[in-house]
Design a protein around this ligand. Structure first.
Ligand code: GLA
Length: 402
């Protein structure tokens, strides 16, 4: 609904400013430079949107950078601090994008420097339309100027959205920004955010490092709010996507809601486990400066993160489903496997995975580590299972004994 409203609003804007709207006839361009290898494994970081929306300022961003560095998040692999929508205010007389001077009085360069001083990387948000989704100036017609500005500021990551784009062609628009970033003189990750509406699997691989596959997540186990979906609804839309993901080119099922309060601890463990199985970018969306013990424990579970970051980069497939019970599996580098037994139902369930479901010989002996309880079962033969809590998972790493 909201997206419909945005699109309708965009039509009005295009109509109103028809003479000023940029011409896109040149958008058949080709990329000269290859995509830089900036995301051999899925990017990990923090983004302001899920918890704060437009209510952001430089003190908040510094606080999140401090917390990422001090809490154990950085040690667990989180790296990017990304400011989402609403940092922008206007353009100056030369067309340069201007940050909101009240909320970011020190300017974006100072903030990027601060984030870098913590040993972290810095990201910003823009939009391929005339306005961002939050109604701030977009980058349409300013791609090269904006990319040069980002490079000067020290931006390492750009999330590039799709509101107010009218009849623009998505492949062309994202290719244009990719070209601008590659010519900017700085390595900048391109996070494509067109919600999977324009078949990014057909064209995004040479263009961006990650691309959204759906509309927005919201902090709920299940459901729909405007054009946002609950966690399991987003999950269901990933099932057929595994073919199109791999190193430096990741499907993005949207950012994490762990710690934002709308799900139970068990549900957040499932959310985090499943996103790791999907080789999803792990972009925390909570307040890193005020995490309770469970939130920190979930977000810094290094065994689960190691599955997400596995260098083979193979997104999990749902290999079995019966009513509320599902098995997701992904092969890992070196012949290991990660498996999630997922119980979407309201009662505990006995579940198991058989080796032959993983294309392993039934007689194979394996060591199995439960990645949440940390229990290791040695010399397991044929299958592994247990009782899975309602809305919970058993997540394991299976290491064949050779
Ligand atoms: C869109 C994106 C979100 C967020 C908002 C900001 O909805 O999908 O992730 O960036 O815009 O306005």
């Amino acid at each position: 609904m909201l997206r419909f409203v945005r699109r309708a609003a965009h039509a009005v804007i295009l109509f109103g400013f028809a003479a000023a709207a940029p011409a896109y006839a040149h958008e058949t361009l080709k990329l000269d430079a290859p995509k830089p290898l900036l995301a051999p494994t899925p990017p990990m970081g923090w983004n302001s949107w899920n918890k704060y929306g437009c209510d952001i300022d430089e003190a908040l961003v510094r606080r999140q950078a401090d917390a990422m560095a001090a809490s154990g998040m950085k040690d667990a692999g989180y790296q990017y601090i990304v400011i989402d929508d609403c940092w922008q205010k206007s353009r100056d007389a030369d067309g340069n994008i201007v940050a909101d001077p009240e909320r970011f009085p020190s300017g974006i360069k100072a903030l990027a420097d601060y984030v870098h001083s913590k040993g972290l990387k810095f990201g910003l948000y823009s939009d391929a339309g005339v306005l961002t989704c939050g109604g701030r100036p977009g980058s349409a017609g300013y791609e090269f100027q904006d990319a040069r500005q980002y490079a000067k500021w020290g931006v390492d990551y750009l999330k590039y959205d799709w509101c107010y784009t009218g009849t623009r062609d998505a492949e062309a628009a994202y290719t244009l920004m990719a070209k601008a970033l590659r010519e900017s003189g700085r390595d900048i990750v391109l996070s494509i955010c067109e919600w999977g509406d324009n078949h990014p699997e057909r064209w995004a691989q040479p263009v961006g490092h990650l691309w959204r596959t759906t509309g927005d997540i919201f902090d709920a186990w299940e459901g729909r709010k405007d054009y946002s979906l609950g966690m399991v609804n987003i999950l269901d839309l990933q099932v057929e996507r595994w073919r199109h993901s791999g190193p430096n080119a990741w499907n993005d099922p949207d950012m994490l809601e762990v710690g934002n309060g709308g799900m139970t601890t068990t549900e957040y463990e499932s959310h985090f486990s499943l996103w790791a199985m999907l080789a999803a970018p792990l972009i925390a969306g909570n307040d890193l400066s005020a995490m309770d013990a469970d939130t920190l424990r979930i977000l810094t579970n290094t065994d689960v993160i190691a599955v997400d970051q596995d260098p083979l980069g193979q997104q999990a497939r749902r290999i079995w489903k019966q009513d509320d019970l599902e098995i997701w599996a992904r092969p890992l580098k070196g012949g290991e496997h990660a498996v999630v037994l997922f119980n979407r139902g309201e009662a505990p369930a006995e579940m198991k995975v058989d080796w032959d479901q993983l294309n392993l010989p039934a007689g194979l002996t394996a060591n199995v580590k439960d990645l949440w309880s940390k229990k290791v079962s040695e010399n397991v033969r044929g299958s592994y299972g247990g009782t899975v809590a309602p809305h919970g998972v058993i997540m394991v790493r299976i290491t064949p004994v050779l």
